[in-house]
Design a protein around this ligand. Structure first.
Ligand code: NAD
Ligand code: TYD
Length: 348
């Protein structure tokens, strides 16, 4: 095996697409998926690669340093792609400490174990996957670039910003080879239905209210998850060490327009009368400290590495809806039990 890559958070939404891409494309790499399987982690996401000879799963929590050390030793980890995190802004508002634990302390644990285990830091790469939310909210126009000052506004983005700073500190202080990508909102198959798009797909399917925060005018830039995984592949192999790359879809939408698009597409797909799902739209109390607009200038990764999104949004949304409609068992299993409790408390 030429590399032994530890991918953390590989059972989550984005991580599972990254694991699948690497396992299928790089048969000479050993891919170790380290994940503690929180509510957001699901091994069903990895059905297509679970029996591959170059893939192995390790159920480990980032807070368990002894277990992290064991994984590095047993698998002789050469590189890390770090995705494991608490990722939902609303949960960060009700339980910030969980985000400090996993996103900040968990990341520092991983950096420490890598630094100790890797004898010559020049032979190894620590790739940290982050978010555009660290840059704050674009209330007066413009785009986030790689030099936009950090200005996180939610407990989630504050914890991700802290983890980014620790990764840069390990590069600067210890000479660890690192790279960071900050990506905009992802959508696609396997996303847990607490996030806007899969939550609305699930609710439209079941004729339940579609909760739109505030006036629905907040803007996000959306990228199909497989295009994010392709970007991670490119940056891992061709990115300049020590650099940051912003990844985005060149695709800004107001929330309300996305919800209406989902309603329209699902009316067509489910053979419902045009306009019937839109009646489910319900404006609810705004999220505390709700960032108004995110927008990414992704010209650096485009110009330097030749990456660009492969899918138009309407095509990606259509594929995404089809996936959720075709994978009813997946959707039913993740929305039973604890999800119901979460949903009642959040949207009561
Ligand atoms: P997710 O919530 O779907 O998955 C996170 C995964 O991490 C889960 O499998 C979970 O079990 C695992 N995990 C959580 N805490 C852990 C711990 N303490 N130890 C081990 N494993 C743990 O998240 P996602 O949406 O796939 O996001 C993945 C990464 O990408 C995160 O770092 C996130 O900040 C970043 N990101 C996400 C988006 C997005 O739109 N979803 C956009 C940009 C960046
Ligand atoms: P989300 O998918 O949670 O991603 P993020 O907060 O990381 O951008 O939310 C996307 C947008 O949709 C955000 O502006 C909040 C809004 N939103 C709603 O209006 N209703 C909802 O039920 C959810 C979950 C989000």
């Amino acid at each position: 095996m030429s590399k032994s890559i530890l991918i953390t958070g590989g059972a989550g939404f984005i991580g599972s697409h990254v694991v699948q891409l690497f396992v299928e494309k790089y048969l000479d790499y050993k891919i170790i998926n380290l994940d503690c399987l929180t509510y957001a982690g699901n091994l069903e996401n990895l059905k297509e690669v679970e029996n591959a000879s170059n893939y192995i799963f390790e159920k480990v929590n980032l807070l368990d340093v002894d277990e992290l050390r064991r994984v590095f030793e047993v698998h002789q980890v050469t590189d890390v792609i770090h995705l494991a995190a608490e990722s939902h802004v609303d949960r960060s508002i009700s339980d910030p400490l969980a985000f400090v634990n996993t996103n900040v302390i968990g990341t520092v644990n991983l950096l420490n174990v890598a630094k100790t285990y890797w004898r010559d830091l020049q032979d190894h790469l620590f790739y940290h996957v982050s978010t555009d939310e660290v840059y704050g909210s674009l209330d007066h126009g413009g785009f986030f670039t790689e030099t936009t000052p950090y200005d996180p506004q939610s407990p989630y983005s504050a914890s991700k910003a802290a983890s980014d700073h620790f990764v840069r500190a390990y590069s600067n202080t210890y000479g660890m080879k690192t790279v960071i990508t900050n990506c905009s909102n992802n959508y696609g198959p396997n996303q847990f239905p607490e996030k806007l798009i899969p939550l609305c797909i699930h609710n439209i399917k079941n004729n339940r209210p579609l909760p739109v925060y505030g006036k629905g005018e907040n803007i996000r830039d959306w990228l199909f998850v497989v295009d994010h995984a392709r970007a991670i592949d490119m940056v891992f192999h061709k990115g300049k060490v020590g650099e940051t790359y912003n990844v985005g879809g060149f695709n800004e939408w107001k929330n309300i327009d996305i919800v209406k698009l989902l309603c329209q597409k699902m009316d067509e797909k489910l053979g419902r009368e045009t306009g019937s799902s839109e009646k489910l739209i319900t404006y609810v109390t705004d999220r505390a400290g709700h960032d108004m607009r995110y927008a990414i200038d992704a010209s650096k990764i485009q110009n330097e590495l030749g990456w660009e999104p492969s899918l138009q949004f309407e095509e990606g949304i259509s594929k995404t809806i089809d996936w959720y409609l075709d994978n009813e068992d997946w959707l039913n299993s993740v929305t039973s039990g604890d999800y119901q409790k979460y949903y009642q408390e959040r949207y009561k």
